[in-house]
Design a protein around this ligand. Structure first.
Ligand SMILES: [Zn+2]
Length: 416
């Protein structure tokens, strides 16, 4: 008697004298072993896979390691009871843009005043006691877990979020964000960024060094960031205001005024006659995944030019923050038409009343009803996971990935 799996059951059922007993035995053992792995079978009316589609009356089998072993419509396993979820299931969300360290500013910054006023106000009220900051960071992390978020791309200017990230079940990638329009400071700024990155690495956290925005970073600092080895993925705030485009098109507008009021010397800054994105994108290395965040004033022409210029672009929408700051949404259908890779972020609690990707999806859906929910869910799951380089474990209901799920009933979402 030969058997690859040591199994009492097969010894009992295999007839001793049957000529092909060995073959039957192998088959039975393999099947039994497979069934033993399955711990849960879930069923729902619509199984949103994260791949841009859904399966009606979809089912999924998950093993003891919380890995998906089967996705389909007729899954059975001896001894495992089917769990039915009325409504829909979708993969855990990936929030590609957040600022956890600004969580203590919830409800403190005036709404709908424009990005330049937002930044000025933020600088004035940003400071708070360390205890107040830490409590707000922890609460924001808990809020995201409860909202079904499993991975986050988080902007950091300091180390205040380190402990929460280390302790969290959420997968965090930190974008160490640099500012600095003054050329002579570019070397010391990149050094401080490298130190921050090293501090995140010391405790096992992933991070990369990124520019805040095109207008707040000198050419020299852009060069320093581009020279960083293994610095991936990248992120930048893009075309968040009309004034950002005005600054590049003709060196005028509210952002130019704000920069000068902050004491920056714009005498060497030259207008390009083009939009912000078309002016700065070439300063960023084109073979590194890059997240363009906000895109509130991005045109179809910008999208096409940028796609031609850069190989791995992702476009992140934070619609609730856009409404909070500029009271305007990006032209989302233009991105759908160009068939580019989009993701969804919450931005921070300084410009949002919640950290919920599901609420962001609903906000887009309310304004652009024609965009199918399965597409928005793909933005909020697989695309974000691909951008962060964690698609082996997260982002879709595919065999081998983690079985992290969210349950949608009507407009309500529950993290499972
Ligand atoms: Zn932001």
């Amino acid at each position: 008697m030969f058997c690859l799996v040591d199994c009492i059951a097969c010894a009992k059922v295999t007839p001793n004298n049957e000529p092909n007993g060995h073959l039957n035995n192998l088959y039975f053992c393999a099947a039994l072993n497979y069934f033993k792995l399955i711990q849960r079978i879930v069923k729902t009316d619509k199984l949103y896979t994260g791949n841009g589609d859904y399966i009606s009356n979809g089912m999924m089998a998950i093993n003891q390691q919380n890995r998906i072993v089967e996705v389909g419509i007729a899954i059975r396993s001896v001894g495992v009871e089917e769990e039915y979820f009325e409504g829909a299931l979708c993969p855990g969300f990936v929030n590609t843009h957040c600022h956890l360290e600004l969580s203590h500013l919830k409800g403190k910054v005036s709404q709908k005043t424009g990005i330049h006023n937002f930044i000025v106000e933020l600088q004035k009220i940003r400071n708070a006691s360390e205890q107040e900051k830490q409590e707000a960071i922890k609460a924001a992390n808990e809020e995201m877990i409860a909202a079904g978020i499993v991975a986050v791309g988080d902007i950091s200017n300091d180390l205040s979020t380190v402990q929460t990230k280390v302790d969290s079940v959420i997968h965090y990638h930190t974008f160490v964000e640099l500012f600095g329009f003054r050329t002579h400071l570019a070397d010391s700024i990149i050094e401080s960024g490298q130190q921050l990155k090293a501090s995140f690495a010391e405790v096992g956290l992933h991070s990369s060094i990124v520019p805040h925005s095109p207008y707040s970073v000198s050419d020299k600092l852009f060069e320093n960031i581009a020279a960083e080895r293994g610095n991936s993925p990248l992120s930048i705030h893009n075309q968040e205001s009309r004034a950002e485009n005005e600054m590049y098109e003709n060196k005028s507008g509210a952002l130019v005024e704000m920069m000068e009021n902050f004491g920056n010397d714009l005498s060497t800054f030259e207008a390009t006659g083009k939009s912000s994105l078309q002016s700065y994108l070439r300063k960023i290395s084109k073979n590194t995944p890059l997240l363009l965040v906000h895109n509130t004033f991005t045109t179809a022409q910008d999208i096409r030019e940028a796609q031609n210029e850069h190989d791995y672009l992702y476009w992140c929408f934070c619609p609730k923050a856009n409404l909070y700051i500029e009271n305007q949404l990006p032209n989302v259908p233009a991105f759908v038409k160009e068939n580019v890779k989009c993701t969804i972020g919450t931005d921070s609690l300084a410009s949002n009343d919640s950290l919920s990707i599901w609420e962001e999806i609903q906000t887009i859906k309310r304004h652009y009803t024609e965009i199918p929910l399965e597409k928005l869910i793909q933005w909020a799951t697989l695309n974000g996971a691909e951008f962060l380089g964690i698609e082996k474990d997260y982002g879709s209901f595919d065999v081998g990935k983690l079985g992290k799920m969210n349950w949608i009933r009507g407009n309500r979402l529950t993290s499972l």
